[in-house]
Write a protein that binds this ligand. Structure first.
Ligand code: ADP
Length: 192
């Protein structure tokens, strides 16, 4: 199954994507993880990405589409994937659609995890205490949320207009949220 998970920073999309791997047996592709790994390796691209990420800005579209194209070109996505962190603006959404179309593997489910902004600020403050991510500092979180509202929320509309988006409430224990997502996937798989 080919799934795209959308949601604001701190909405829990990474957590849910990881839990879904155990149920669906397809790889989790997280652009945040790919970028942070490149930064750890100290590649030129990684270091550039780090300076952008630490300010809460978006890495340029051409870098992201090259990265995603390379990742989606690998054999391990034959049975599907769970994509987390891409697309983050409408240009990326169109580029992803075109890429998946070329591969003959269009996205089957686009799930949006919905969490209210106040809760997100509380969650990311806690994550910063635990993990120390530079981009979880309060000022940077506000910038990421502003960019989400300006650039990523229109991606929800883009998919919604074509009837492909399902919204799931991201509030409550993570196992419960996982069950909500799994029931969406089951219901749609049965309808197909
Ligand atoms: P979160 O969803 O909590 O913001 P991620 O780990 O998904 O965390 O992303 C961290 C950062 O990586 C983003 O704030 C952004 O700077 C960069 N990034 C990840 N995916 C993309 C993308 N598709 N386009 C541009 N930048 C991206």
């Amino acid at each position: 199954m080919r799934i795209v998970i959308l949601g604001a920073p701190g909405s829990g999309k990474g957590t849910q994507a990881k839990m879904l791997v155990g149920h669906l047996g397809v790889p989790h592709i997280s652009t945040g993880v790919l970028l942070r790994n490149a930064a750890k390796r100290g590649t030129e691209l990684g270091l550039l990405a780090k300076s952008i990420i630490d300010q809460g800005e978006l890495v340029p579209d051409n870098i992201m589409s090259d990265m995603i194209e390379e990742r989606l070109g690998r054999d391990d996505i034959a049975n599907g994937f769970i994509l987390d962190g891409y697309p983050r603006n409408v240009a990326q959404a169109k580029s992803l659609d075109a890429m998946l179309e070329r591969l003959g593997r269009p996205a089957q489910e686009i799930i949006h995890i919905n969490v209210d902004p106040e809760q997100i600020i509380r969650r990311l403050a806690k994550r910063q205490e635990l993990e120390g991510r530079v981009d979880d500092a309060e000022k940077t979180v506000r910038n990421r949320m502003r960019i989400y509202a300006e650039q990523t929320a229109p991606v929800e509309d883009y998919y919604e207009e074509s009837g492909r988006l399902t919204r799931v409430l991201g509030d409550g224990p993570k196992e419960e949220i996982l069950q909500r997502i799994l029931s969406v996937l089951n219901i749609h798989a049965t309808l197909d």
